[in-house]
Write a new protein. Structure first.
Ligand SMILES: *[C@@H]1O[C@H](CO)[C@@H](O)[C@H](O)[C@H]1NC(C)=O
Ligand SMILES: *[C@@H]1O[C@H](CO)[C@@H](O)[C@H](O)[C@H]1NC(C)=O
Length: 327
């Protein structure tokens, strides 16, 4: 009974860690190339080995690119997370998006956009492409015909194009007018320099303006991603790190309490058995404990306490290692 209750509480904590915000793992668009590689197996194998190299880099830098193989089947892969994702969120996004792209094979590759990250693969070096055929926008069906909404967009989007290139290619915006709030995000791939980023975002703003009066619009360019929405989709990477730290601390306290309770329960039980063995003819009755017997039991418990301490301390270290991964 108690075990089931504890399990439920623990599951709730784990769920709250996962669903505290929009995870931004939704598929926005996928487009595949049209020409086919000569050796599909080698191409796929090289893709897999590149992913393994990119994984730790994505976690660290939220950006990675790599290539492998020989032309014409040499494969180039580039991936980028939006800068407001935490390292953990970026790793999750990369795990998902890198699994969606292979549906394009045996063509030479393609592009996939999720709300949190981007990946592209092809058999030539496209790394520094700013715009390309296949750049598109995605507009929501629901619209806001309010004039204030258009005014905010007309004001905010060009400011994002000016700001983002100076802020390492990333900007998160929020602007209100007469009670209408619009959120915006711009992200250039880190491989582009400032001028390339500017020109990519200028193109993206043109694309996304065609979405107005949609409540939400996205521009999907070869070198950048731009999004506006009446809905607040941005993550505060610092706040989420603090939240992870707090939640993992709660889990730590909770699990320690469980281990201690179990250890004490087991200790008491063993103490009771030991007492019974020492006094085989007497029935154990909680209320009739004589002082000598209690003293015996206490000694036994004290002896066992060092074991208990060791157990929880060992747990302590293990959990510290675990929580380190969250932040
Ligand atoms: C990419 O693959 C296509 C189809 O196999 C091939 O025609 C083209 O030459 C390749 N590109 C490069 C740069 O090798
Ligand atoms: C707010 O709306 C009113 C009329 O609806 C308009 O006259 C006013 O200029 C607006 N204010 C701003 C800051 O746009």
């Amino acid at each position: 009974m108690a075990g089931a209750a504890l399990l439920i509480i623990f599951s709730l904590i784990v769920i709250s860690v996962r669903s505290y915000a929009d995870t931004r793992l939704d598929l926005v668009a996928r487009s595949c190339e049209t020409t086919t590689v000569l050796n599909k197996d080698d191409y796929l194998k090289n893709y897999e080995s590149i992913l393994q190299k990119m994984e730790p880099e994505m976690y660290r830098n939220k950006f990675a690119f790599n290539e492998a193989g020989k032309p014409p089947d040499k494969i180039y892969v580039l991936s980028q997370c939006m800068n407001d994702l935490s390292s953990v969120e970026c790793a999750q996004c990369f795990a998902r998006i890198s699994n969606i792209l292979p549906a394009c094979f045996p063509t030479t590759g393609g592009r996939v956009y999720l709300d949190g990250c981007f990946i592209r693969a092809n058999n030539y070096s496209f790394y520094r492409e700013v715009t390309a055929n296949g750049d598109i926008n995605r507009c929501s069906d629901d619209v806001d015909t309010n004039e204030d909404f258009k005014m905010v967009l007309r004001d905010m989007l060009p400011r994002m194009v000016r700001k983002a290139p100076d802020k390492k290619g990333f900007a998160l915006f929020q602007e209100s007018r007469n009670g209408t709030t619009v959120h915006g995000m711009a992200q250039c791939w880190k491989i582009l320099d400032k001028e390339m980023c500017s020109s990519c975002l200028a193109d993206a703003v043109d694309l996304v303006f065609r979405c107005v009066p949609s409540k939400e619009g996205r521009a999907l360019n070869a070198g950048c991603f731009l999004r506006y929405s009446t809905y607040d989709f941005g993550h505060d990477a610092n706040a989420s790190a603090v939240r992870y730290a707090i939640i993992s601390f709660i889990i730590y306290i909770f699990l320690t309490a469980v281990v201690c309770t179990l250890a004490v329960a087991i200790g008491l039980r063993l103490g009771k058995m030991a007492y019974k063995q020492m006094n085989p003819r007497r029935e154990w009755k909680g209320k009739e404990v004589d002082l000598a017997a209690l003293d015996q039991a206490m000694k036994f418990l004290q002896f066992k306490f060092s074991t208990l301490e060791k157990a929880t301390d060992c747990f302590n270290e293990a959990n510290k290692l675990g929580s380190g991964g969250y932040v």
